[in-house]
Design a protein around this ligand. Structure first.
Ligand SMILES: C[S@@+](CC[C@H](N)C(=O)[O-])C[C@H]1O[C@@H](n2cnc3c(N)ncnc32)[C@H](O)[C@@H]1O
Length: 195
């Protein structure tokens, strides 16, 4: 039997604030809270790479590690860096499946976006032993500093499904809810350890 192939994202997502404003709202949140010198983990670069680009340019000194499961979106990143090599220090995008996330390869984080929880995972990820959405939430919460922020997108088509995982994460006591910022649901990491 052939080994299972990675469940990739076949699109090259363009930015359209009317359709999907979450990345723009994240940048508004960063400005509103005046977040500086932070390490940000971003789920879903899009082909536009808006979060990485803006953080590399806005003078706040934030560093972004972002994942894409789209070969075309990753290709856009390669082109972006070739044209803008000075961005390489502040913005690293990598190609991978977030459901294979390894905490040992994840830095300590100040801000985590989980905007696309429950949108893409399927039995195609099960075929290679991938994590669940809740596993990913817990692993990233485990890498988030006490006082750091974890954000979810209430406008996601999968948000209703993600609520069960968000509730389970909350029940661990590792995060406390702060409230809504535009379309984003914002949590703060507590100092409680998480398995
Ligand atoms: C609908 S696009 C949204 C992009 C961007 N956050 C925005 O809102 O404009 C979904 C993003 O999730 C990424 N994605 C989908 N499945 C993924 C997976 N298993 N691991 C990592 N990224 C994934 C895609 O590569 C894409 O960048």
């Amino acid at each position: 039997m052939a080994a299972a192939e990675m469940h990739i994202y076949r699109d090259n997502w363009a930015f359209d604030e009317k359709v999907c404003p979450c990345d723009a709202h994240l940048m508004d949140f960063i400005a509103d809270r005046d977040i500086r010198d932070a390490t940000i983990y971003h789920f879903g670069t899009g082909g536009h790479h808006l979060v990485g680009r803006r953080c590399a340019e806005d003078g706040r000194g934030n560093s972004v590690l972002a994942i894409t499961a789209s070969p075309q979106e990753y290709d856009e990143y390669v082109k972006l860096l070739i044209a803008n090599p000075s961005m390489a220090g502040a913005y690293v995008a990598y190609f991978g499946d977030i459901y294979m996330l390894n905490p040992k390869l994840t830095p300590e984080l100040d801000v985590v976006t989980l905007f696309h929880s429950r949108e893409f995972r399927s039995e195609r990820n099960d075929a290679y032993g991938a994590l669940t959405d809740l596993d990913v939430m817990k692993r990233l919460a485990g890498r988030t500093k006490s006082g750091g922020h974890i954000l979810f997108y209430t406008g996601s088509f999968a948000y209703n499904a993600a609520i069960a995982d968000i509730d389970a994460l909350k029940a661990t006591g590792a995060v406390e809810e702060i409230g809504l910022f535009k379309t984003l649901r914002v949590f703060r990491r507590t100092d409680k350890p998480i398995a």
